[in-house]
Design a protein around this ligand. Sequence first.
Ligand SMILES: *Cc1c(COP(=O)(O)O)cnc(C)c1O
Length: 482
Amino acid sequence: MSKVTYFSGESFPLEMHKVRIIQKLTLLPIEERLRAVEEAGYNTFLLQNKDVFLDMLTDSGVNAMSDRQQAAMLTADDAYAGSETFTRLHAKLSEVFGMKYFLPTHQGRAAEHILARGFVKPGQIVATNYHFTTTKAHITAQGGEVVELIEPSGLSVTSDEPFKGNVDIDALTNLINERGAENIAFFRVETGTNLVGGQPHSLSNLRAVSHICRRHGIPLVMDASLLADNLYFIKTREPECADWSVADIWLAISQLCDIIYFSARKLGFGRGGGIVTDDLKIYESLRAWVPMFEGFLTYGGMSVREMEAITIGLDETLDEDMINQGPLFIAHFVDEMERRGIPVVTPAGGLGAHVDAMRFLDHVDQRQYPSGALAAAVYLASGVRGMERGTLSEQREPDGTEPLAHMELLRLALPRRVFTLSQVQYATDRIHWVYANRRIVGGLEWVEEPEILRFFYGRLRAVGDWQHALVAKFREDFGSSL
Ligand SMILES: *Cc1c(COP(=O)(O)O)cnc(C)c1O
């Protein structure tokens, strides 16, 4: 992707790839979308793909593969143990991360499972810039406590701060002084901070975190699932790195960490995951969990085809024309929404565009899940499937109280290389329409609330009858069901 200036003076992202395989989409009439969302318990995770027009739920495992990735998949070497495919993936990981050892897992959360088992003892703390849903579930399942130390700007929805994922260094020092380094199982830095809008951290902030962790003997673990976007933001927003190659920034980051894990459903345009480290002791201490929970050490639950795809995908991540595709598309989406007055998270981050449901539906009580309601309303109005990232995505405390999320966001993920600008334009237009009619939209309430990771499969219903009013207004305004 590059950003070109048109003769008119306007500037737009331009794809540096062409589409050679397509998948047909259907846009259902709004009455059918109403049926689908009711069947899904107002939870966009429970929608059937056949009922979805543009799937902006996630970037996980749904990024478009390249011709090179598909070609490599045909050369995969199938073997339970010692496959050439694994050797190639391992070599590529060593090259990009500069770390010798690799433990494969079937996806990112499986790496979290192993790290939590290996490091977290009951009562211990895992400090982090910001938690992620599956990470927190694994840490608390081991009896650990997650403490968030993101800089205050990370939690303000609109800001000019380029690195809203940065760690608050004073807060880290205070935590160590108050609770003791020996009670901190590890520090987890999440690159491209998912739950606060795909916001990056800077290289210099990571340096400061690493320095403190090393001084106190606290292992520094990076969740590198969203590293590609963060690399791009470091290159474009951190003056020190403007002339560095992506590969150099990547290595500089790795050198500051003791352990790095990732979801290859995001990093590497494939499906899988793993843990890398340069420390033999750490590798040996975690190794036994892989054959026990994932699969043998040379596949860890991944198919050989996916491993080939990831190897090439990592290579493509070093290509600036490739990694800027996500951020430039997202920035365009965010700008277009902002121009229409729709409240969004700024600056634009990675992963997707994030709509601020707290401002969008400021008449809906946070206990009635405004971002869940907005996700359902946007699906109704457009067939676009986004994801709730707010209070629904939180977990109740052991005593049953419900923590309210810092932010109520509707995330519209842009899987890489999948959508066109006209599709982004359509989504913007329909969200604009919902915004113009936002007073019609009400809240949600539980029908079935699971105890763990409730947002994945819990079922809700509309409070009142706002969904029918929204459908009626749609028909009136557009004169059709589409
Ligand atoms: C997606 C994600 C994970 C979990 O990875 P899966 O492959 O979906 O299990 C962990 N951390 C972050 C930051 C993620 O975005």
